[in-house]
Write a protein that binds this ligand. Structure first.
Ligand code: SF4
Length: 726
């Protein structure tokens, strides 16, 4: 055996972007540890990182294109695969129009360099119906950025390293490892708040792993976070505690917001939320008492009936407390590739879905309509689908219906590492090189990082000869689907120069880059010309990153980025966009609704996540899935006794759309009237036997594609009415 070497790279599995030190010898992995010298994660990793070696060696990971035939799957060559995909997609588009094509991008799309090529592929199928995991995740948050700050990617992130009071609404960083608080060991950073004498409060219908490490946890009824936030805002106005600080000259709509929340007094919302009026008042005042406070919401705040309104007020509370763009409050990361400068500003409701008329966010329709848009006949029906790194049968609402709908497609192609519940419907599967067989650079996730850094990870192992990376597959498809495809400049360059050279230029033009002054509005033309015609050496470039295998530390988040954005765009901070005001009557109606309106014996289902799982795609790995069954229904003992259910009993959970059966786990960590099931389970395909043996049903077999936040089209995944029987 030759000597062991160490390879440093960024873990591509989740938003935390941990640095890995991978010991290897003779083409095999010996150990995977955290990289102590990584500027962001400083040695932290979670159990999933070690599973990278399992993905690399997994015999079930696809390594050549697959074609579905009448007798099963057959491996085919890349040229044949591309030719068949192109011919089918073009033929369907020619016969039925552009709208007959659709594409779905899964969550890992953001975790690969292919992210930079996705807009290019979308342009090549212009007019197609686009869907992604965004609409079962953070869409309401991005909408708030667009509506209130004028850019969908200008995302406020809690400055956990300096914060004195952190209020977490519907988020569980202990399980997610930091979603929209990217940065290794986020729980240590949150613990740091307490060590500094600060306070951490978690609002959640379940006493989550994060809540157990906080100073205080408050149970809230699912779907009522908006009412809590509105009452907190009402108290801040009523008590004269509004403090806009440096934001004051930029803010409009303050009086309109005051009037909008006036009716949501703590006393009125307390019965709805389950949080006492005095506690709501105390929380609101504590925000103002803390010099550095941040209100942070995550997926639970988005995937609920009033997710749009909820995220509006999450932003609004930070604004009226003067916490936005302020050290220790909510800051705006400055990433090495600045997608706020280079990416689209965003749009809302420029298009609407054919059947339900739900609004598009940017290029995307809410995924809640995907199945019906395939199944319902008529002009504009989806007949062909491209998927990338997604398993919407398990990860989007009413997955069984989508499972059936996919069989009705004329053609489907999946860019994916695995045959799974979704890709099994594809006619052709195009598997990209594995995560250790390609270079890695995070272009999108630093937009949410708590500390700026950059790292280029070269491939650890050579990809099989002739294989393609995700982005190369996208380029190939874009080119073949649209031979005269021009695309935006960056996509044309990716096609001609390759991703590495384009990444290099994006880094050079970025805020830390060798050529940053070219995009700096304060730089004079003389300075810009000097930069352009001189060999600029100082600053970030791919060359510089290659010299620093552990990554380069670009410093802590700084205040001021929002102000620079507002000045550049000549805009302001909008506290009361009309879109939200128009949705208020819906919330007011719910506030006045009597408790008897809920069906008798109904419980409310919420989701959950475990640190050893990663949405729907890592349950097949034995080292992650081993141990006690985690696919259980959490149920309060009072609700269990009422139904004659004991610990470990198999229970059936039934909603409007379906039923799943799984073991009951009794706990006082959940609010009475609420049950919780993890998402991402339900693997049932051949080849996923490990997952199938450990997994229960899919939570999305009982979430309801018709139960949505009417404002944003985001499906309700937290607060789904269900019945539970033994
Ligand atoms: S938290 Fe785990 S999965 Fe996420 S980047 Fe770090 S090691 Fe990878």
């Amino acid at each position: 055996m030759s000597e062991t070497a160490i390879h440093y790279r960024t873990c591509p599995l989740c938003e935390a972007m941990c640095g890995l030190a991978i010991s290897h010898a003779d083409g095999r992995i010996v150990a995977i540890r955290g990289d102590d010298a990584d500027p962001l994660s400083k040695g932290h990793i979670c159990p999933k990182a070690v599973a990278l070696q399992d993905i690399h060696t997994d015999p079930l990971r696809l390594r050549a294109p697959l074609k579905r035939t009448s007798t099963g799957w057959a491996e085919i060559g890349w040229e044949e695969a591309f030719a068949e995909v192109t011919q089918n997609l073009r033929s369907i588009r020619d016969r039925h129009g552009e709208q007959a094509l659709a594409a779905y991008f899964g969550n890992p799309t953001v975790h690969t360099p292919a992210l930079l090529m996705v807009p290019g592929l979308i342009e090549a199928i212009a007019g197609a119906q686009i869907f992604s995991a965004t609409s079962v995740d953070q869409l309401p948050m991005m909408l708030a950025s667009l509506q209130m700050l004028d850019h969908q990617l200008l995302l406020p992130i809690p400055d956990v390293d300096c914060c004195g009071f952190l209020l977490i609404v519907g988020g569980n960083p202990a399980a997610s490892q930091g979603s929209f608080i990217s940065g290794g060991d986020v729980m240590a950073r949150i613990e740091g708040i307490r060590q500094r004498g600060g306070r951490v409060v978690v609002i959640d219908p379940r006493r989550t792993e994060t809540a157990k490490q906080a100073d205080e946890h408050l149970f809230i009824r699912p779907g009522t976070d908006f009412f809590l936030l509105a009452a907190m805002a009402q108290v801040i106005f009523a008590e004269g505690r509004v403090r806009l600080r440096e934001l004051a000259p930029w803010v409009d709509g303050l009086e309109t917001l005051r009037e909008a929340v006036a009716e949501f007094t703590p006393e009125r919302v307390a019965p709805k939320t389950g949080i006492a009026a005095a506690k709501i008042r105390e929380l609101a005042l504590a925000l103002g008492d803390a010099e550095q406070a941040a209100v942070y919401g995550r997926i639970g705040s988005c995937t609920q009936e009033f997710g749009g309104l909820c995220n509006w007020l999450l932003y609004a509370l930070n604004i009226i407390n003067g916490s936005l763009d302020r050290s220790g409050g909510m800051l705006f990361p400055t990433p090495p590739i600045d997608l706020v400068r280079l990416g689209p500003r965003g749009s809302f409701a420029r298009r609407r879905t054919r059947l339900r008329g739900l609004p598009a966010f940017g290029d995307e329709f809410p995924v809640a309509v995907l199945a019906e848009e395939i199944l319902a006949p008529g002009e504009g029906r989806i007949r062909a689908l491209i998927t990338h790194a997604g398993n919407p049968v398990l990860s989007t609402p009413n997955g069984r219906q989508l499972d059936r709908a996919l069989t009705a497609l004329d053609f489907m192609v999946s860019i994916d590492l695995y045959l799974n519940e979704t890709t099994r419907h594809a006619n052709i599967i195009l598997p990209p090189a594995g995560p250790l067989e390609r270079p890695h650079f995070d272009a999108g996730l630093p937009l949410a990082a708590v500390h700026a850094s950059a790292k280029w990870s070269p491939p650890l192992f050579a990809a099989p000869s002739g294989s393609y990376q995700d982005w190369q597959i996208m380029v190939e498809l874009a080119q073949r689907l649209h031979p005269r495809f021009s695309g935006r400049l960056v996509h044309r360059l990716v096609r001609r120069l390759g991703l590495e050279r384009v990444t290099d230029w994006l880094l050079r033009l970025g805020p830390y880059g060798t050529h940053a002054a070219l995009l700096d509005e304060d730089a004079s033309w003389t300075q810009k010309l000097r930069i352009l015609f001189s060999p600029a050496r100082d600053g970030l470039s791919l060359h510089a990153l290659r010299q620093h295998p552990h990554g380069i530390d670009l410093g802590a988040m700084q205040p001021g980025r929002l102000m620079r954005h507002l000045k550049r765009r000549n805009t302001g901070i909008h506290l009361a966009p009309s879109l939200y005001l128009a949705d208020l009557p819906r919330a007011l109606a719910r506030l006045t609704e009597s408790a008897d309106a809920a069906p008798r014996d109904s419980l409310l289902l919420i989701g959950r996540r475990h640190v050893r799982s990663n949405n729907s795609w890592m349950h097949r790995i034995p080292r992650l899935i081993k141990g006690p069954n985690r696919c259980t229904l959490l149920l309060h003992p009072d609700d269990a006794a009422h139904r004659g259910i004991a610990e470990g009993d198999r229970v059936t959970v039934t909603s409007r759309v379906g039923a799943v059966t799984l073991p009951a786990q009794l706990t006082t960590d959940i609010l009475p009237g609420v049950v919780s099931m993890p998402h991402g389970y339900g693997q049932r395909d051949a080849g996923a036997s490990t997952a199938a043996a450990h997994g229960g049903g899919s939570m999305n077999d009982i979430t309801d594609e018709q139960f949505i936040d009417a404002l944003t089209g985001t499906p309700v995944l937290n607060g789904v009415p269900v019945t539970v029987t033994r």
